[in-house]
Design a protein around this ligand. Structure first.
Ligand code: RFL
Ligand code: PHB
Length: 394
């Protein structure tokens, strides 16, 4: 027998976008059901982003999920960029009077799940065969299979927060949906290790052997990345090989402070820029990775997802509380205006910091000139800083 459920907003995906939206709406008394094709343990185990913009920090605090982040997160007032061993600090505090917070996506997700369970959040995990129907009507439906049973969820709105490989985006008819994409010709090999970070701030390095990033999750846990060919597999990279390569790329000074240890996670991620337009179709809204992907070089993926959710939550609250349709109608354009600027920044940082197989000596000199310009011009450094801490919401 099919089961029929009903809610105000059906949220597809229990990643950071879906969880935060659900919490923000719950705080305003708006009912949601969140569905995910994975279970909570699997979702909490995904190691991803690490740097939160101040707007993201504000949103988590306002949603009532910022308590642990305030205690355990690491505020950073700058980061280093390095070019063939020459290091330069982008002083966020001095240039734009703001900072970022280093606090892992894993922790954000865990805090959101805890709060959602405390405040009566409704979830369906391990769902399959998710399809969306009647998007242009005022009672759209999500059909799915759960524990061997067919389930239909009737709602007013559907939030497609189901990431890049979800189903929501493709529920928009092909003649309406436009996509824009760039796939980069390399990936990032990442390692997590229980050793103190090499430096108290992040270091982004362009070296002739390829990009490297030194990041962290806490004062005792580090996250490092190196650019690698997309054809590489994890069994080609022992921990020792990773550390040797990282040391070569970050320069002698940083390498002399590097504490290496066994990896507790190791993965290869491809790099992609992607935007889908529009981000609304009828009563379906796309948010987060379902609508756009950025290469991680600007630390923007999670932050962009949170910005969408803030804009969407305001639109839905205005609709339910004040019968105001304006922010529903402007949702897609408001988000996309910001999305494209953040895409540009992430692309610029990626172009500056990686070695591209197709680059000639000319492009390599252009990268070096851009780095030298940053070092010598406060205006140039300031544009990096204002993007890194996060552009205004609109
Ligand atoms: P998520 O986190 O992908 O969550 C989507 C959720 O939807 C579920 N789902 C479905 N549920 C039901 N039915 C379906 N048909 C479904 N299909 C999918 C999934 O199980 C999942 O739980 O998207 P969200 O919430 O929009 O959040 C976005 C962020 O997760 C993302 O932007 C960042 O993590 C991107 N990202 C990084 N961003 C950074 O800022 N810095 C990083 O270092 C960084 N590293 C990464 C990353 C993304 C990665 N991916 C996507 C593979 C590293 C990786 C490997
Ligand atoms: C991370 O800590 O995982 C991280 C930090 C900064 C980035 C990308 C990833 O730009």
């Amino acid at each position: 027998m099919a089961k029929n459920l009903s809610t105000s907003v059906c949220i597809i995906g229990a990643g950071p976008s879906g969880l935060l939206l659900s919490q923000m709406l719950a705080n305003e008394g708006i009912d949601t059901i969140v569905i995910d094709r994975q279970n909570q343990e699997y979702i909490e185990g995904r190691i991803r982003a690490g740097v939160l913009e101040s707007g993201t920090v504000d949103a988590l605090n306002e949603a009532g999920v910022g308590g642990r982040m305030q205690k355990e997160g690491l505020p950073h007032s700058g980061f280093d960029m390095a070019f063939d061993g020459d290091r330069f600090r982008i002083d966020l505090a001095k240039l734009v009077d703001q900072s970022v917070m280093v606090y892992g996506q894993t922790e954000v997700t865990r805090d959101l799940f805890t709060k959602r369970h405390e405040t009566g959040g409704q979830f369906l995990f391990d769902v399959s065969d998710v399809t969306l129907a009647d998007l242009k009507t005022d009672r759209p439906i999500v059909h799915l299979m759960h524990e061997g049973q067919a389930v239909s969820i009737q709602c007013d709105y559907i939030a497609g927060c189901d990431g890049f490989r979800g189903v929501s985006r493709n529920a928009i008819p092909a003649d309406v949906l436009k996509t824009f994409e760039r796939v980069y010709p390399f990936g990032w090999l990442g390692i997590l290790t229980d050793r103190p970070p090499v430096s108290h701030e992040l270091i982004y390095a362009n070296h002739e052997r390829g990009f490297a990033l030194c990041s962290m999750r806490s004062n005792t846990r580090s996250r490092y990345y190196i650019q690698c060919p997309l054809t590489d597999t994890l069994d080609q990279w022992s921990d020792d090989q990773f550390w040797d390569e990282l040391k070569l790329r970050i320069g002698k000074d940083a390498a002399s402070h590097l504490q290496t240890g066994p990896s507790i996670e190791k993965s290869i991620a491809p790099l992609r820029s992607f935007v889908a337009e529009p981000m609304r179709y009828g009563n379906l809204f796309l948010a987060g990775d379902a609508a756009h992907i950025v290469p991680p070089t600007g630390a923007k993926g999670l932050n962009l997802a949170v910005a969408d959710v803030r804009i969407l939550s305001r639109a839905l609250v205005e609709r339910y509380k004040r019968s105001n349709q304006h922010f529903i109608d402007t949702y897609s354009q408001t988000c996309l205006n910001r999305v494209w600027k953040v895409e540009r920044f992430s692309w610029q940082m990626s172009m500056l910091l990686h070695q591209f197989p197709e680059h000639t000596h000319f492009e390599k000199r252009m990268q070096r000139a851009e780095f030298d310009y940053l070092v010598s011009s406060e205006a140039a450094a300031k544009t990096i800083a204002e993007n890194y801490v996060g552009l205004p919401l609109e």
